[in-house]
Design a protein around this ligand. Structure first.
Ligand code: GLN
Ligand code: ZN
Length: 769
C-alpha cells in the first residue's frame, strides 16, 4: 500500500512567498532573491512530507503564481498580446509569466492580464488559458523538469504533478468562434508526451495528471478525449506509471470512462464523492485491470481532523476487493486549499485547546495519511494514535461548545411562513413609496467607504490595547458623522454609515456570533500573492447580542435622511468560512439565517427603515453538477428569505451582489424577493441587466453605474448613458442609482469626485423624464 500526497500549500507557513513576490514586483528584491525564497519553500515542503512518511511526494505542485498558468507556459499557450515579450534573450520567462498573470504597464508597454476565474468550486482563482482555432503548442517552460531535478538532488524521487490535458483544455476559453477547445487535444498532447518522456528519462517512476474535470458534466466528446489522451500517453510511455486524479466530487456518469482509462492508478475523492467507492469496486473493467485505486480519505479542503475509523472502513472495503497492493492512501485533493500548520496556532485565548484538538491543517493531514497507512495493516483498535483520534472525534460529537439544543430546535421548527414577507412585492412597494418618500431614481452606495490607513490603525491600536474601547468608539463615531455630513452635502438619498468598524464583511459578523473561531495563521491562497484567512464555523450559531444596531442607530440618529442598515447574508458568511462537516451546509446556513433575522428585526425596532443584506457569494456556492443546482438554490434562497422576512412591509430590504452571471439563476434571484437588489454591471456595459429584463424581474434594481475596482472617475455623461441604457429594460420607478460595489478599497478624492458625478447624473435623468 502506498501513501501519497497530491499537492502542498505553496505560499509558505508564514506567507513567505507572498511577501517575496510583492517585494519583487515593487522592485525591492531581484529575481535571484525571489527564487531563493521559492526554492526554500519547496525544500521545506518536501522535507515536511518526507518526515511525515509519505511514500510518493509531489513536485511541480509549487507555483510562483498559479499552476494553470504554469501549464500554459509549459505548453507555449501564450496569447498573441504577450509575444512582444518573447523576443528577449535569457531570463525573460519570469517577466512574461508575471505579465500574463498581472498585466504590464511600463516602458510604453501596456498589456492586460489574463482573465482569472475560480478553480472548480474552490476559492482558488486560476488564470484562464486562451485558445484559438487550430492553435499549435510547443514546449516552452521547463519548470517541471527543473523542480523534479531539484528534488532529486535533495535525494527525493518525486511524483511530478501536471494539470491533465483534458482538464487543462476544458478550463480554458475559446477566444474566437467556430471551434471547440477540446479539439486541440491532438495538438497539445505532443507537448505532454515530450515532457513526460524527459521526466521518465531522468528517472521519474510515477507522474500525477490531475483531471478533476472527471467530476463535471462532460459531453461524449470530452469523455472520448479522456480515453484518447491516456491511450496516446500510454503508447508513447509504456513504462511510466501514470496516476490520474479526480477530485471535488463523485465520478457519477463518468465512472465508466475513468475506470477504463489506460493508466496505472486512479484517484477518487471520498470526502465529496463517497458513493464512487462501492461503484468502482463493483466495476468489472476496473477490477479486471491491474490499476491501483487511490483513496482520497483525508479532506484536502477543510480543517477538521479525520475520523480514522471512517477512513479505515473505506480502506478495508477497498483492500478486500483489490488487495493491499492495489490500494493507495491520500488526501482528497491537493492540500493547496488547506492552511499550513495547526501548530502555529499558539494563542489559546483565540483557539482553545479543546477546539484545536478537533482540527488538522495541511501538515497534520500528512500525518493522518501516514497513520492511516500504518493502521490499515495492523489491529488498529488498540493503537494509541487511533484511540486518541477517536476520543477527539467523540468529544466533538458531544461537546456542549458545539451542540446547543435551543439553536437546533429553533432551526428545525422553522415554518413556511417564516420565509414569507407579510405581503407580496407590489403591496410592499406601494407602502414603501408612501413611507420612505424617495425621489425617482433614488441614489445610494453599497455600504463601505474608503478604509484609510488611519481607520485601519484605529482597529490595530484597539487590538494592541493602545486605544481603549471608549476612545475607539468615539473615533468611529466621528468618522460616521463626517461621512453622513458629506453624503448629505452630495445629495445622496439613502445614506450608509460607512462600515468603518469592519475589518471584513464576514469576519466582523463571525466575531460577534457564537459558533465561530478564528485562526492567526490559517491562510489559504486565493490567487497569486493574495491569501484569505477564513473564519471557522465549528458549532451551532447563535447571536448573543445585537451586532450592528449600535452603529446603525447612531448613524440614523445623526441624520434627517434615511440611513441603510448593513448586514452580510447567511450564504455569504457560510461560503467564505470553513464550515463544520458534521451537519448539512443547509442546516448551518439556516442557523446563520436566523441570527441575521434577529439582527434585521432589531434594526427595524431601532428605527432603521432600509436594511441591506449582502449576498455576493450566492452564485459561487453552486454545485459542480447541474442536477444538484436546484437543491442548493432552494436552501440558499430560503436562508436569505429567512434572514429578511421578519420585518413589516414598510421596511425596505436590499440585497447586493458583485459581478456575476445571472442568466441561469435569475429565477432564484427573483425568489429572494429583496425589495431592491444592487448589482455590479458597469464593466459589462449593463449587459448583465438583460437577464433581469428578459425575466421581467419585478422588484427594484440598482445596476452599478461605475466600476469601483479602478481609481478612474467616470464622467457624468458616461453614467447617464449607462442609466439610459438601463431605462430601456427597467421601468423608471424600479431603477436605483449606485456604484458597482463598496468603496472600501478606494481613496477619498476619487470617491468624492465619482459620487458627485453620479448624483449629477441622477438629477439630470430625473429632469429628463
Ligand atoms: N457592503 C459591502 C461593502 O460595501 C459589500 C461588499 C461586497 O459586495 N463584496 O463593502
Ligand atoms: Zn459587491
Amino acid at each position: 500500500m502506498l501513501s501519497h500526497n497530491l499537492g502542498y500549500p505553496r505560499v509558505g507557513s508564514h506567507r513567505e512567498l507572498k511577501k517575496a513576490s510583492e517585494q519583487f514586483w515593487a522592485g525591492k528584491i531581484d529575481r535571484e532573491e525571489l527564487q531563493k525564497v521559492a526554492r526554500k519553500i519547496r525544500h521545506q515542503n518536501w522535507e515536511t512530507q518526507r518526515n511525515a512518511g509519505i511514500d510518493l511526494i509531489p513536485s511541480n505542485d509549487f507555483s510562483l503564481y498559479d499552476h494553470v498558468l504554469d501549464t500554459s507556459l509549459m505548453a507555449g499557450a501564450i496569447p498573441g498580446r504577450y509575444h512582444q515579450l518573447l523576443d528577449g534573450k535569457s531570463n525573460r520567462e519570469l517577466d512574461l509569466y508575471y505579465a500574463m498573470a498581472r498585466g504590464v504597464q511600463r516602458d510604453g508597454v501596456d498589456i492586460k492580464a489574463m482573465e482569472m476565474t475560480k478553480w472548480f468550486d474552490t476559492n482558488y482563482h486560476y488564470l484562464v488559458p486562451e485558445f484559438t482555432i487550430n492553435q499549435k503548442f510547443s514546449r516552452y517552460s521547463d519548470k517541471i523538469i527543473l523542480e523534479f531535478e531539484d528534488a532529486l538532488q535533495k535525494g527525493i524521487l518525486t511524483k511530478p504533478v501536471l494539470v491533465g490535458p483534458v482538464t487543462y483544455l476544458l478550463s480554458g476559453k475559446e477566444k474566437e468562434a467556430g471551434f471547440d477547445r477540446i479539439d486541440l487535444l491532438d495538438n497539445l498532447l505532443p507537448v505532454y508526451i515530450s515532457i513526460l518522456k524527459e521526466l521518465a528519462s531522468r528517472g521519474a517512476e510515477w507522474v500525477q495528471l490531475d483531471e478533476p474535470a472527471l467530476v463535471l458534466d462532460l459531453t461524449e466528446k470530452d469523455k472520448l478525449a479522456l480515453q484518447s489522451a491516456y491511450t496516446q500517453i500510454r503508447e508513447a510511455l509504456p513504462k511510466l506509471k501514470v496516476l490520474v486524479t479526480s477530485y471535488f466530487g463523485a465520478l457519477e456518469d463518468n465512472l465508466g470512462t475513468a475506470a477504463s482509462l489506460n493508466i496505472d492508478a486512479l484517484h477518487i475523492d471520498l470526502t465529496r464523492g463517497a458513493e464512487t467507492l462501492p461503484q468502482i469496486l463493483a466495476d468489472q473493467a476496473f477490477f479486471a485491470s491491474t490499476k491501483k485505486l487511490s483513496l482520497g480519505v483525508v479532506d484536502g479542503r477543510n480543517i477538521w481532523k479525520n475520523d480514522l475509523q471512517k477512513s479505515l472502513d473505506f480502506i478495508k472495503s477497498a483492500v478486500e476487493v483489490l488487495g493491499e497492493n492495489r490500494v493507495m492512501i491520500a488526501p482528497s485533493s491537493s492540500l493547496l486549499h488547506s492552511p499550513h500548520d495547526l501548530e502555529l496556532e499558539k494563542n489559546e485565548a483565540v483557539l482553545t485547546p479543546e477546539i484545536k484538538n478537533w482540527m488538522a491543517f495541511a501538515k497534520q493531514k500528512l500525518d493522518e495519511v501516514a497513520t492511516l497507512k500504518r493502521l490499515a495493516t495492523t489491529d488498529w483498535a488498540t493503537d494509541e494514535a487511533f484511540i486518541a483520534n477517536q476520543q477527539a472525534i467523540e468529544t466533538r460529537r458531544n461537546s456542549a461548545l458545539i451542540h446547543k439544543p435551543a439553536v437546533k430546535a429553533r432551526a428545525q421548527s422553522v415554518k413556511e411562513s417564516d420565509f414569507e414577507r407579510q405581503n407580496a412585492f407590489p403591496v410592499r412597494q406601494a407602502i414603501q413609496i408612501k413611507k420612505l418618500q424617495l425621489p425617482l431614481f433614488p441614489s445610494t452606495t453599497i455600504g463601505s467607504f474608503p478604509q484609510t490607513d488611519e481607520v485601519r490603525q484605529l482597529r490595530a491600536n484597539l487590538k494592541k490595547g493602545t486605544l481603549t474601547i471608549e476612545e475607539y468608539e468615539a473615533r468611529i463615531r466621528e468618522e460616521i458623522v463626517s461621512s453622513l455630513r458629506w453624503q448629505e452635502k452630495l445629495g445622496i438619498d439613502v445614506l450608509v454609515h460607512g462600515e468603518f468598524e469592519r475589518n471584513d464583511m464576514v469576519e466582523y459578523f463571525g466575531e460577534s456570533l457564537s459558533g465561530f473561531v478564528f485562526t492567526q495563521n490559517g491562510w489559504v491562497q486565493s490567487y497569486g500573492s493574495r491569501c484569505v484567512k477564513p473564519p471557522v464555523i465549528f458549532g451551532d450559531v447563535e447571536r448573543p447580542e445585537a451586532m450592528t444596531v449600535k452603529w446603525s442607530a447612531f448613524a440614523q440618529a445623526n441624520s434627517e435622511k434615511l440611513v441603510k442598515g448593513m448586514l452580510t447574508g447567511p450564504v455569504t458568511i457560510l461560503q467564505w468560512s470553513f464550515v463544520r462537516d458534521d451537519q448539512p451546509r443547509k442546516d448551518t446556513a439556516f442557523q446563520i439565517g436566523l441570527a441575521i433575522r434577529d439582527e434585521v428585526v432589531d434594526l427595524e425596532k431601532a428605527g432603521i427603515k432600509v436594511i441591506q443584506i449582502d449576498e455576493p457569494a450566492i452564485r459561487e456556492g453552486l454545485p459542480l453538477r447541474k442536477h444538484a443546482w436546484n437543491n442548493y438554490l432552494k436552501w440558499a434562497v430560503d436562508a436569505f428569505r429567512l434572514s429578511a422576512a421578519g420585518v413589516a412591509d414598510q421596511t425596505q430590504i436590499h440585497t447586493h451582489m458583485c459581478y456575476s452571471e445571472f442568466n441561469d439563476i435569475i429565477d432564484s434571484i427573483a425568489a429572494m424577493d429583496a425589495d431592491v437588489i444592487t448589482i455590479e454591471t458597469s464593466r459589462s456595459q449593463m449587459e448583465l441587466l438583460d437577464a433581469f429584463a428578459n425575466f421581467n424581474y419585478p422588484n427594484e434594481i440598482g445596476p452599478g453605474v461605475y466600476d469601483i475596482h479602478s481609481p478612474r472617475v467616470p464622467t457624468v455623461d458616461e453614467m447617464i448613458a449607462l442609466l439610459e441604457k438601463a431605462l430601456k429594460v427597467i421601468p423608471a420607478r424600479n431603477l436605483w442609482v449606485n456604484p458597482d460595489c463598496g468603496l472600501k478599497t478606494r481613496k477619498w478624492p476619487e470617491t468624492e469626485a465619482a459620487l458627485q458625478n453620479m448624483i449629477i447624473a441622477a438629477n439630470i435623468l430625473r429632469e429628463s423624464v
